[in-house]
Design a protein around this ligand. Structure first.
Ligand code: GNR
Ligand code: NI
Length: 172
């Protein structure tokens, strides 16, 4: 397995729409394993393909403390979401060290293909529901900062843009 580089703000790739996976094969399974390793190493509880530069509709997640409950979702769909919302503090590996509270449906039912290409359905609650929706957003180029005020969002983007320019200079 291999740890992959994580794309961070303001890289425009994070705003790309990811495309459906056409076949679930060994190459895809290898990629998902590498994404899981990358996520655990970070450490994080979720990781979408686009965060490692792969614009396919895939993500991995594991909200267990023991890192023993990995879930891989391929071509996920949200088929049901509760009216009731839940507020959770979110972070994103693509926006390091920035956190904000986000309201999202408390319960979601997701339909997806597992790593063997088998259709699965899962009802998620609590942190699982928050994480799956955060990952699902990545597949559509959305980030959790899209839910905060424009003032705060612009401030975060500006900070990361400045940081990226400094890094660019230091490698010249
Ligand atoms: O590691 C992560 N933690 C997290 C916390 C609250 C809500 C969502 C997340 S996902 C994030 C990893 C990440 O950036 N996934 O895309
Ligand atoms: Ni994220």
């Amino acid at each position: 397995m291999a740890v992959m580089d994580i794309v961070t703000l303001p890289d425009p790739i994070l705003r790309k729409q990811s495309l459906p996976v056409e076949r679930v094969d060994d190459d895809l399974r290898r990629l998902l394993d590498n994404m899981l390793e990358t996520m655990y190493k970070a450490p994080g509880i979720g990781l979408a393909g686009i965060q490692v530069g792969v614009d396919r509709r895939i993500f991995v997640m594991d909200t267990s403390r023991e890192e023993n409950a990995p879930i891989c979702m391929i071509n996920p769909q949200i088929i049901l979401q509760s009216e009731e919302l839940n507020t959770h503090e979110e972070g994103c590996l693509s926006i390091p060290e920035y956190y904000a509270e986000v309201d999202r449906p408390k319960l979601v039912t997701m339909k997806f293909l597992d790593r063997f290409g088998k259709e699965q359905q899962l009802e998620l609650d609590g942190l699982d529901a928050t994480c799956a929706q955060h990952e699902f957003d990545h597949l559509n180029g959305a980030l959790f900062i899209d839910y905060i005020s424009k003032l705060r969002r612009d401030r975060v983007i500006k900070k990361f843009t400045k940081l990226a320019k400094q890094k660019d200079k230091s490698v010249l």
